[in-house]
Unconditional design. Structure first.
Length: 214
């Protein structure tokens, strides 16, 4: 007799994953414990750069289609001085500068196939993508004067993209709302990957920084 253990699926296709985390948090059928690629793992965030060191470490491990999106390097750009800069950087994080992104995941298993868990980014390959001005406006409100600007460069479909992220210089917290890499990932998926590859989650994580100096 087959015994169904569980089955949970989630799919979001949202510009910049702007509201994916909010919707995810409202899904009662999904695991409540969540993490993200910027904060998971030790050591704790004590510098702005640590957000990106963890992103570059966690991305290829916990994102199933990470081989499609090659993270190249990151670097600090400048500190936001006025609202004009905020608008300029935020606009560059949306089409036509970068494609629309979403997230999709599923978890489940039974006595025949065992346990499974997937989590991946979905990317729209549409040359006629347009900007959702409401989402852009909300993201602009999330970024404040005095925040740091960091650039992450990645390659997708043989095209190199430049993506800008914003960090609170006082708390070192990265702005995740509207951040294409900021989607919440179920802790259960992370645990599944750690079990599958027998990763030692208690071991101190040594991360080699990937910086590009202009």
């Amino acid at each position: 007799m087959r015994t169904v253990l569980f089955l949970v699926s989630i799919v979001f296709n949202i510009v910049g994953i702007a509201t994916a985390n909010e919707a995810f948090n409202r899904c009662d059928t999904l695991p409540s414990a969540q993490m993200d690629l910027f904060t998971y793992g030790s050591p704790s965030i004590v510098t702005s750069e640590m957000n990106f060191r963890k992103l570059f470490r966690n991305f290829p491990i916990y994102v199933d289609n990470a081989n499609e999106i090659k993270l190249l390097y990151y670097h600090y750009v400048e500190t936001i001085k006025n609202k004009k800069q905020i608008k300029s950087y935020v606009k560059r994080n949306f089409p036509p500068y970068v494609p629309n992104w979403g997230v999709a995941g599923s978890q489940g298993g039974n006595s025949d196939i065992g346990e499974f868990s997937t989590w991946r980014f979905t990317i729209e390959r549409d040359p006629f993508q347009t900007i959702d001005e409401d989402i852009v406006s909300k993201m602009m409100r999330e970024v404040k004067i005095g925040y740091e600007v960091w650039e992450v460069v990645f390659k997708l479909w043989d095209t190199t993209y430049h993506y800008y992220m914003f960090v609170n210089a006082k708390t070192q917290a990265i702005v995740k709302w509207g951040n294409i890499f900021g989607a919440n990932i179920p802790q259960s998926h992370i645990d599944f990957i750690n079990r599958k590859y027998k990763r030692d989650t208690k071991k101190h994580i040594e991360v080699v920084p990937i910086l590009h100096h202009q």
